[in-house]
Ligand binder design. Sequence first.
Ligand code: DGL
Length: 258
Amino acid sequence: MDKPIGIFDSGIGGISILNELTNELTKENFVYLSDNLNCPYGNKSVQEIINLSLKNCHKLVELNCKMIIVACNTSTTNSISILRNNIDIPIIGVEPGIKPAINYTKTNNIGVLATEKTLGSKLFFNTSKNNNITNIKIHEQVGYMLVEKIEKGLINNKSVEGYLKKYLSKMLKNNIDCLVLGCTHYNFLINQIKKIIPENIKLIDTITPIITHVKKTISKYKIASDSNYNGIIKVFYNGKTLNKEFLKKRYLIEYLDF
Ligand code: DGL
């Protein structure tokens, strides 16, 4: 069997990326790790995030993966260079789409909704600083409790609407014209967010850029699957249960101790 592409997140957030990848790369096998035993990552210490990310990568290597996608902004922004230094296969990460937002904004006000540790990371700071944005204001907001609610399958709960209204109203007052979704879990809240923000505010997620990046990496390392059959997609979780709401029917879901 062709070696799979490994992908991990603290929970189901990265499924938003896996769903798109499996539409585009139909012949590839995938192994997804949902580390929901340790979810959320966003309020853990940097060292804990590094340790958890390394643990997930080692498991994906053990599962014979040919490359790894870190489908978690918190892991990427706090650990990607350490992961690359320790793991011998190509590693791709996701980080908040600050550059596209800078290119887009006309009001010079950008909103970023992400986890505490993504917004506090050096990588996020450097991306914002290195883009020559002296006249552009980045309005950061931590999405407290959103990841937990999504993991529990409570996206349509009144409390989620309440949190979103609170977080987004601050940014709207600051005249943002684009909103960066800096956490893969928040991709599942797009409909709820659209009900709150005016239509002219652009939502910037990281799904499309990462798909392009994955395709380029596969071609650069010449590791594309040469199978004629549709790929096998396995989803492993290590918590008590897994919220399967966003998973495709054909995914093979299994508990794994990792
Ligand atoms: N999906 C992760 C991210 O993109 C969630 C972080 C968390 O577990 O707090 O940041």
